[in-house]
Ligand binder design. Structure first.
Ligand SMILES: *Cc1c(COP(=O)(O)O)cnc(C)c1O
Length: 463
């Protein structure tokens, strides 16, 4: 074996060793950032190190600071695991090292991304001619789509954007739900849309935008307008009623964007597709492959109904760039880029249409089962309607809920993360991993039962 082979072999063995510990290691890391800085820091040594020794050092020193994200009992935030085919494909992406901005330069990886994009449009019920730009995640997908939207509504209003830019342009108003994801506000900030131009529309107890409130909010609007809807609220998993809301927004001439980072995938399941009914009527969509589809980080999709709108926003100048139709650099803000869509192709190909539906349904089944189990533990209240993959729960008071969340991390059996919902502390349990088994659910519920009992929170379960 030469140096390269030895290093790759060490990484392969190390990766396998890590993945094999997932069932038994504490899900939350045992070492904190300071310990990790201590392990890796210090001045850069003058002398180099053999590649295999570098890999071995990485594996040994990083281990205590690694989170069990790819295992079956990580339920924090909204974070998927990694399907085997996607992980292996991701390794190939690095080995191939294809700079995948242009079809002329890298036909294999551009074709794989284009096919993965088409498959996703079909699965999710989106228009087959839409452009799909593979970006790093939902944040960048929201940003890219809202950038396209901002340009499109200004151009349609007759504003000479190419020459004048935003100097003196009419304000673009952005209507958003009260329970939008924080990445929408961040994208607005990137785009120079201030809070004065955010139109915040009221939502119901699950976080769904109220159609009457949208109608009322838009009644006085006459300038360029973008309406941002949501498929999958991070606490409750609730979906805006897209079939009702999209037509209201379009009546007011708005561009409609849907943030469906994990929720858009409901459309891939015949059993859950009612949640995204009407989604195909929007103008742009943001979603992730690294959540529900379970590909490794980082992989999100910025999807735009009319590719001409993405091209207007993103196509690059420069004589040395040869155009061959719809290149990745035409539909994303990036130029040089990793072929991050290839693991998505591999995940889709390994699952097939039926496998994607089964995966999404299993995540929903797991959420229902955990909610049921939690309801049976005295003192635990499930706060949301478990229509999709999210379970929101709490104890009788905020301090006890926080203490339960902290104790879960120390216990290490499973990870759930905290938040605030309607003014009260709650814990979020997100079913996003293909790796979660019935045994993982039992172990997780067992940990909650044990900790709650130890806290003296236990009261008789509801009959
Ligand atoms: C996760 C999430 C995002 C952000 O996606 P990243 O992949 O973390 O960048 C945006 N919107 C919603 C609803 C999300 O759940």
């Amino acid at each position: 074996m030469d140096g390269r082979e030895r290093a790759l072999d060490a990484a392969h063995r190390g990766a396998e060793a890590f993945l094999r510990t997932l069932d038994t290691r504490p899900v939350w890391p045992r070492a904190d950032l300071d310990a990790m800085l201590e392990a890796f820091g210090g001045p850069l040594p003058d002398e180099g190190l053999d590649p295999t020794a570098v890999v071995e050092r990485l594996m040994a020193d990083a281990d205590p600071g690694l989170v069990g994200i790819p295992g079956g009992r990580f339920f924090g935030f909204v974070i998927g695991g990694t399907l085997p085919a996607a992980l292996a494909a991701d390794w190939l992406v690095s080995a191939w090292d294809q700079n995948s901005g242009s079809a002329m330069l890298t036909p294999a990886t551009v074709a794989l991304e284009r096919v993965a994009g088409r498959w996703m449009l079909d699965l999710l019920g989106l228009p087959e001619t839409a452009s799909v730009g593979f970006v790093t995640g939902g944040q960048l997908a929201n940003y890219a789509c809202l950038l396209v939207a901002q340009r499109a509504v200004l151009t349609r209003a007759g504003w000479p954007l190419a020459e004048r830019g935003l100097r003196g342009a009419p304000a673009v108003r952005l209507a958003v739900g009260a329970d939008r994801h924080g990445s929408i506000d961040r994208a607005a900030r990137f785009l120079g849309i201030g809070t004065d131009d955010l139109v915040v529309v009221a939502s119901d107890d699950q976080g769904r935008m109220l159609p009457d409130a949208l109608r009322a909010a838009l009644a006085t609007d006459d300038g360029p307008l973008v309406v941002c809807l949501q498929a999958g609220e991070v606490h409750t998993g609730a979906f805006d009623d897209l079939a009702a809301l999209i037509p209201i927004a379009h009546e007011h001439g708005a561009w409609v964007h849907v943030d469906g980072a994990f929720g858009l995938w409901a459309g891939a399941s015949p059993r859950l597709a009612h949640l995204t009914a009407g989604v195909g009527g929007a103008d742009s969509w943001a979603t992730d492959a690294h959540k529900t589809l379970n590909v490794p980080y980082d992989c999100g999709m910025a999807i735009v109904r009319d590719p001409a709108d993405s091209i207007a926003a993103f196509r690059t100048g420069g004589d040395y760039l040869v155009y061959t139709g719809l290149d990745p650099w035409d539909v994303t803000p990036e130029l040089s880029r990793r072929a991050r869509g290839v693991p998505a192709w591999a995940a889709l190909r390994s699952l097939g249409r039926g496998g994607v539906a089964a995966l999404v349904e299993r995540l929903h089944d797991n959420a229902v089962a955990v909610a049921e189990g939690l309801r049976g533990i005295g003192g635990v209240e499930v706060v949301n309607d478990v229509d999709y993959t999210q379970v929101l729960f709490r104890l009788r008071d905020d301090a006890a809920t926080r203490a339960l969340g902290d104790a879960m991390l120390v216990d290490g059996t499973a990870v759930v993360t905290g938040s605030t919902w309607r003014g009260r502390t709650a814990l979020r349990c997100s079913m996003s991993s293909w790796a979660t088994t019935p045994d993982d659910l039992e172990r997780t519920l067992g940990a909650v039962r044990r900790i709650v009992a130890g806290m003296g929170e236990a009261v008789p379960a509801r009959p």
